[in-house]
Design a protein around this ligand. Structure first.
Ligand code: PLP
Length: 454
């Protein structure tokens, strides 16, 4: 390993002086990752850590895959960059074809960018431009949900409901966004309330919000089908997405689903919306798309929106220097082919069932585990100070981060991902488990047993 600036020399630990300076608020020491193989991370000091969260729910085929490495190398040697204003490339076209086919033709085009936040920016602008092209310029508002996370750039932050991440930047955020309650049964459903009544209550709240702001002013409703970082793998109650889609249709607004974290197979189907019985108009994807081999994200757009832009006055007024990056597209294409050819979605479903069983068996009785929730290989464990009252830990405790740091201690050597914190003023600590789609049963057993020891 080349010398790392800021390394203090002891156990290869960084002091966060240089490369990690922007992470100073995380007052932990940084471990030096040397290699990643399969579902293990190897540190510079020789320690081996099981990767139970695919990094940040990114890894979808595990680490060190030669097929992907070769595809990227081949593309870099063939044509490393492409000015997408004039050119496309075979990997970009093949990737788009693969992605559209994966929606069963429900989506019409794929737009490839480099991060989930960029994908969200593009999604919001596409929605706005759609309404301009169809002669409804008064539509410029978005309705999203509290306690959500859609990315860190200003537009994405504005639709996000993560108050802690928004706080310092509030004056910079678009003010044409309003928010409704998320579908979060653990904290949102009243005692004795049926799923049907809960869905009805949330649907009425959304409909009222449309009425309050003026239904003719709304571009889109924005939501994550399974809420990742902000709520810890919170799945919606059955029927919720059908209800919100119906309200969007009633008011002529688009449905934007953010599948950056929960999509591309993470929940057991290629797209999480495929389990909800709805099809979005615009969808964002990222993370598992390239499995971490390159920085790739994207937007999938249906024919309604594509058709309007095709007939419209101008092309999509957007673009990034590195969008549709050939090496990124080559990586994502190879990862998606591996997932398809190796039938990994079936493994997500089977290993997801096993993980759920083991987590429930080993953790459900723990005095500080309030809830275990998720789908496929996307599981959140909500930590509470008091189980009887489900009282969260105080803000200052940073419990989810402490548990994740503890996992990295050599006694446990497991990477789990932190989530929550003080989101929207409501405390919620959870750890996220999101291993790669080709995880094996013995690795699931190790993960569940190790998490239970933390
Ligand atoms: N949307 C969701 C649901 C996410 O979880 C994230 C990142 O965690 C983003 C958007 C932003 O993606 P990125 O961090 O790649 O910009």
């Amino acid at each position: 390993l080349d010398p790392v600036p800021g390394a203090d020399g002891a156990n290869g630990v960084l002091t966060s002086k240089h490369s990690a300076v922007l992470h100073r608020h995380l007052d932990h020491e940084f471990l030096v990752l040397d290699q990643a193989k399969g579902n293990y991370l190897l540190l510079e000091d020789g320690r081996k850590i099981i990767d139970a969260s695919g990094g940040a729910a990114v890894g979808s085929i595990g680490w060190g895959n030669e097929r992907v490495a070769l595809a990227v190398a081949k593309q870099v040697l063939a044509a490393p960059y492409c000015a997408t204003i004039f050119f496309t490339t075979i990997p970009q076209e093949e990737l788009a074809k693969e992605l559209i086919a994966g929606t069963g033709g429900d989506m019409a085009r794929a737009y490839i960018v480099n991060s989930g936040s960029e994908a969200m920016e593009a999604a919001l602008k596409l929605a706005r431009q759609y309404y301009l092209e169809i002669g409804q310029p008064q539509r410029s508002r978005f309705i999203s949900r509290e306690r959500s996370y859609h990315g860190i750039t200003l537009g994405a932050l504005a639709v996000g409901g993560h108050k802690a991440r928004r706080a310092k930047f509030e004056p910079l955020l678009m003010d044409n966004v309003s928010q409704v309650s998320p579908c979060f049964a653990f904290r949102g459903k009243a005692a004795g309330e049926s799923d049907t009544d809960y869905v009805h209550r949330l649907a009425v709240e959304l409909d009222d919000e449309f009425q309050r702001v003026g239904p003719e002013t709304v571009c889109a409703f924005v939501a994550e089908p399974v809420v990742g970082a902000a709520l810890g793998c919170a799945t919606a109650v059955a029927g919720y997405f059908k209800a919100v889609k119906a309200i969007c249709e009633k008011h002529g607004a688009l449905l934007i689903l953010d599948e950056v974290m929960c999509g591309m197979g993470r929940t057991g189907t290629l797209h999480a919306w495929q389990q909800e019985g709805v099809v979005p108009d615009i969808q964002t994807i990222g993370k598992a798309l390239s499995g971490g081999y390159q920085a790739v994200a994207g937007v999938l757009v249906n024919q309604r929106v594509v058709g309007a832009l095709e007939k419209g006055t101008s092309a999509f007024v957007h673009g990034h220097t590195y969008q549709g990056h050939p090496a990124g597209c080559a990586a994502a294409l190879e990862v998606q082919r591996i997932i398809r050819e190796e039938g990994l979605l079936e493994n997500v479903r089977q290993m997801g069932d096993l993980l759920e069983k083991r987590l429930r068996a080993q953790l459900a009785g723990h005095p500080n585990v309030g809830d275990i929730r998720g789908r496929g290989l996307f599981w959140g464990v909500e930590l509470v100070a008091d189980k009887a009252s489900m009282t969260p830990f105080p803000d200052a405790d940073h419990v989810c981060m402490e548990i994740c740091e503890l996992g990295l201690d050599e006694k446990y050597s497991i990477l789990v991902y932190p989530g929550g914190g003080s989101v929207d003023g409501i405390r919620g600590d959870h750890i996220i488990l999101a291993p790669a789609f080709n995880i094996k049963p013995d690795e699931i057993e190790t993960i569940a047993a190790t998490v239970a020891r933390l």
